[in-house]
Design a protein around this ligand. Structure first.
Ligand code: SF4
Length: 287
């Protein structure tokens, strides 16, 4: 970037995406829109979800379909302005060098998968066919976290397969990421009976595996898909609706909250907001 205006725009864009301030930033190429602070914005203010992604005045109405079935701005047209506030921050203790806990002492994802395969810490071990520890790149920049394995995942030992998995693969592809470039996993590593929501004690027993996986991978962004993933990673009871449109942090790593792909299959109206969330995660990766 050669001029001060471009540098200022890049800086403000980064601050906004990191959730350190609430600012309105014109999109690249939107030279008619001045840089300005969001009117009345202040850190910690609850944003109006309906105003979080709004069209830039004068922007082209032309839009093209996105792979999830929602719509996205036409290439070259202004995607509009985005306003995000800083969200929650959860910072559970990291690895203790002197710990005798085998999870804390595991130094590779494969070692964690081995521990998961032998785990009987909660009742979910009783009905499983396979454990589903997660899969993907050892040092992925993006970690995707869902709730727990379903029927197909239990049968195959792989996360996010079946129809919801196919939709996730399309969503990732739309932001230029192959599944293999991402680490995909769940809050619990064994299938809950009848796909019920994991219970509190099951999550408490299982989540150290996930926390250690994230610690070893060291991602740039975490995408929490669904209530269980979001509430566990952020240690909150807040609803998914309240958690969207903010940049949260898990041990300092930005966390974006969105709908679970299985929920999108039940309610296609959530595809558009999910696409908005995933684009924010993508822009954080690029930041
Ligand atoms: S769900 Fe997690 S804690 Fe429970 S048995 Fe499976 S691996 Fe162990």
């Amino acid at each position: 970037m050669s001029d001060g205006r471009a540098l200022a725009r890049a800086y403000l864009e980064q601050q906004r995406l990191l959730g350190t301030d609430a600012v309105m930033v014109p999109a690249p190429g939107d030279s008619n829109v001045p840089l300005s602070a969001a009117p009345g914005a202040s850190p910690g203010r609850t944003p109006d979800p309906t105003a979080a992604v709004s069209p830039t005045p004068g922007a082209s109405p032309g839009r093209t379909p996105d792979p999830t079935g929602a719509v996205s701005p036409t290439p070259g047209a202004s995607p509009g302005t985005t306003k995000l506030d800083a969200g929650l921050s959860f910072d559970p203790p990291a690895q203790d060098l002197f710990s005798s806990d085998p999870v804390q002492r595991a130094t590779t994802l494969a070692a964690i998968a081995d521990l998961v395969a032998a785990c009987t810490k909660c009742r979910l071990c009783e009905g499983r066919t396979n454990t589903v520890p997660g899969e993907g790149a050892e040092h992925a920049r993006l970690v995707v976290v869902g709730e727990g394995p379903g029927k197909t995942e239990d049968e195959t030992g792989r996360p996010f397969v079946g129809k919801a998995g196919e939709l996730l693969t399309k969503i990732l592809s739309a932001i230029g990421l192959a599944r293999e470039q991402v680490f995909i996993c769940n809050i619990v590593k064994c299938r809950p009976p009848e796909n019920r929501t994991p219970q509190y004690d099951e999550i408490a027993h299982c989540v150290p595996y996930l926390f250690r996986q994230i610690e070893l991978i060291g991602p740039s962004v975490i995408l929490a898909m669904g209530n269980t993933a979001a509430q566990t990673l952020l240690n909150t009871k807040q609803s998914l609706g309240a958690l969207r449109n903010k940049v949260h942090r898990f041990r300092g790593v930005p966390v974006i909250v969105t709908y679970h792909p299985a929920a999108l299959l039940r309610n296609p109206n959530w595809k558009k907001p999910t696409w908005d969330d995933v684009r924010i995660a993508h822009r954080l990766l690029d930041g």
